[in-house]
Structures are given as structure tokens and as C-alpha cells.
Design a protein around this ligand. Sequence first.
Ligand code: FES
Length: 363
Amino acid sequence: MQLADAAYQERDRLVINHLGLVKKVAVGLVRRLPAQVEMNELIGEGVVGLLDAAIWDLVAKVAGRPLWAELRHRFGGATSERVPIYATCGFYNARDDLDTLRAELRQVLDLGYDCVKIKAGGLPIADDCRRIEDALSVLAGRAALALDCTANGDEGRRRAATFAMGVGLAGALGAAVTGLTDWSETQGESRRTGLVHGLLNITATTLFATSWAMRQRDSHDTGRAAAWAGYAIAIGAAWFGGNLVYDQRIGVTNADAHLPEEFTPVLRSDALAENTMTRARVGKADVLLVRQNGRVCALAHDCAHLGGPLSEGTLKDGSVICPWHGSEFALEDGRVLTGPSTHNQPCLEVRERDGQIEVKAAD
Ligand code: FES
């Protein structure tokens, strides 16, 4: 018997742990949704609460008890076998709302309920008050009235969702400008992928703009449908965007990151004449060496923008210009003097010992 109890408790513990994990994941996912989604009424309506209720329902089923008995078993509390129940009705209707509400209330009274819950909070306050007064007059003291104030269609949420969508659209314009700038300098596969990425984003943004316009005209259902279509397309666009950044390194630094941690000989001192630059290999990285005003400077060789070969660029007094798109970097510390690169060029520490130029990554 004790063994059976132990097995039962172990099964119970595993189910609870497993479902707890599912719930944590669900909560994490909802928290990570973009602000626009969070503001959307469809998502905002207590997804986490629904999951919580569904999980506990499942736990009770696994335990073989009614949910109220399972909760009492775990957390203690009242021991009454009687469970109060109420009837739910009074959902909002587009037409004949009050007539429908009254008919529903009479029906549940006829069924013998002594507590009834109706929706509230989804209409202007005056309209909601009228519904409540009507409900009270029908119930006439024969049943208690409870209000469920989490109704869909709340005006404040709708305004917030429309506002958030407008902010998102303004942000999309900025993102389009920077994306177009990046794309204009790509070639080959990156150019094709960027084109698909851009076209999908334009389609998604057009759908969001349609959604925003529909919401302005109080067509919230159509607006929601357009926004969901936009989200679906934006997910596809995001996949191509991720490919551009992570696989093709567009929009991130292309400068080599494998620079030596310790001083490492890279070139004989006499091989680098005054006011010249050259490419040299150190470990797994290429570096640009420049001698100017008697001093040797070293930068990562591949341009941070799209990997252009800096040693083939133009040497100026105190700077080097990339041959591909003209980004200019200071020799002294690698900072960007002129774009399009938005990333500084990694700079190395340099010393000359025993006729050798030695470099290491800056601390
Ligand atoms: S690769 Fe574009 S500026 Fe260097």
C-alpha cells in the first residue's frame, strides 16, 4: 500500500514538474512577443491564465479527482463537498444586445441557478451600466449577479493596440532606410536574399498599415486579420534577415576577430618602408601594417563593413580608405571617420623588437 502511495506521489510530482516547465516556457514565450503582439487584444486576453487553468485541469484528471478536490488535497482549505456554481451568459452581441441578455437571464433562472455571471467592461460605461441595470431587474433578487470584466473589445486596449501599431509603422520606415542602405552595397547571393527579405518586409508593412487604417475606421476585426497576415509574412522575412546577418554577415562587422592575444612577430621591420602599407599574416588573421611618420600602426585587414581589402585602399595622412565603398578608418585607433561602415576597425598594439614588427590584439 505504501509502495502504491509512493508510486502515485512520484507520478504526481513528475506531472507537476513537467507541466510547470510547459507553463514556464509559455510564460517566457508570451513575454518575448513583440510589443505590438502584446498589445493585441487577442493575445492580451489572459493566455497565461488559460494555460494555468488547463494545466491544473489536466493534473486533476491524472490524479483522478475533480479539480476542486485536487486543489484542496494539495493546498488544504474548506472540506465541504458542496461546490457553488454559477451560470455564465451575457456575452456581447452586435445586435439586440439587451433583448438577448434578458432572454438568457430568464433561461438560467428557469434552470434554477442562483448566481449568474455576465460580461462587462467591453462597452462605453453608460452602455455597460444599462446592461447591468437590466440584468438586475430581470434577476429581481432571485439570483446574485457577478461581472466578468475581462471582455474582448475593450476600448482602451483597442486604442493602445492601434497606437502601438502606429509606432511600429514609424519604426519600420527607419528600418527600411537602413536596410536599403545595407542592401545597396551587397552583391551576388546577399543581394538576392536581401531583395526577398525587403519585398517580404514591404508586404508585411503594407498589411500592418492596412490594419492600422482599418482600426482607425473602427473595423477592428478586419484590422486584426490584416495584422495576423502581416505577422505571418514578417516571420518569413525575419528568417531571410537572420540568414543575411548570421550566414552572410551583412550588417555586422566583417573584420577578423582572430587576432593574437600575445605579441607575435609578423614582418621584418625593414620590409615596411615609410609611408607605405602592406598585408601580413599573423596566426589565423590578416593584418594591415602601415608605417607613417616613423611609427608603425596595425589594423585588422578586412574592412568591418563588408570585408574589403584595406591594403588595396588609399593611404592618407593618419587614415586609410577602403577600396570597396570608401569607409575611412583612423590608423591610430581604427575608429570610423567616414561610413558606410558603422563599425570601427579592430586596432592592434605594435612594437618593434630585434628587427621584427610584433603585434597583438589591443586590450
Ligand atoms: S567593404 Fe565597404 S567600405 Fe569597406
